[in-house]
Design a protein around this ligand. Sequence first.
Ligand code: ADP
Ligand code: MG
Length: 259
Amino acid sequence: MGAVLEVRGLAKSFGGIVALRDVALQAEDKEVLAVIGPNGSGKTTLLNVITGVYRPDAGGVLLEGHQLVGLSPAQICAKGIARTFQNIRLFRRLTVLDNVMIGQHHRFGAGPAGVLLASGASRKEEAKFEGEARALIAKVGLAGLEDAIAQSLPYAKQRLLEIARALAADPKVLLLDEPAAGMNSEEIVHLEALVKFLRDEGLTVVMIEHVMDLVRGVADRVVVLNYGAKIAEGSFEEIEANPKVIEAYLGKGAGPCSA
Ligand code: ADP
Ligand code: MG
């Protein structure tokens, strides 16, 4: 089967810092691809280049075979790639419902403000979009919290809200940047079920994650970055047994004593 998302020869430097070196990966239909690696290995930069926040110095990003490099983040989102952020970025003083409806805005053609103001011609559409937003809120497990103010939610629920907002863009590919950060084990179990559910519904998910139980539970394949380069790729079991990966990442912090 062809890749839904393909990254080829991606390179990105910031001054003297090489954040990505010739990175290639593919994510297929109904696949969860996990991206792991030490802090500073280029994982978030990879998402930032895929989503058009940064233009790569070299290489390409293809969605269903179409080149995305050069498009704006809004254009890339409209083509079907939505994301969450390592540092949660919600409209903190707005409600859960409004945050999700803002995620729909490129589908309105009204701009983010138009979504909330729902003026004139868009009023009928708004009812439909509001229904969809409420369904997404329920899907991620936040039913009953539609009118809660985003910043009043506990951290884990804010992360779920970000996922609902990303889904509101109706993506083909969902990029998650450390979605389990700050979650307890029960919340991680919920997140795992949600990611599997989304995958089974047909979404391609690229998930940066440090919580190895979650990676083990949900990833169909794993890509490992170190110093901006891909050092391994395979099933979780293959990655876990790979000496290069153990040396660079998984082995670190395994014992109770510092080296
Ligand atoms: P990770 O998400 O794997 O922790 P990042 O992609 O955030 O890693 O960072 C990779 C490297 O690129 C780090 O050395 C980081 O400091 C650097 N970097 C990322 N974004 C920028 C930026 N906007 N300006 C300068 N350096 C950056
Ligand atoms: Mg990061």
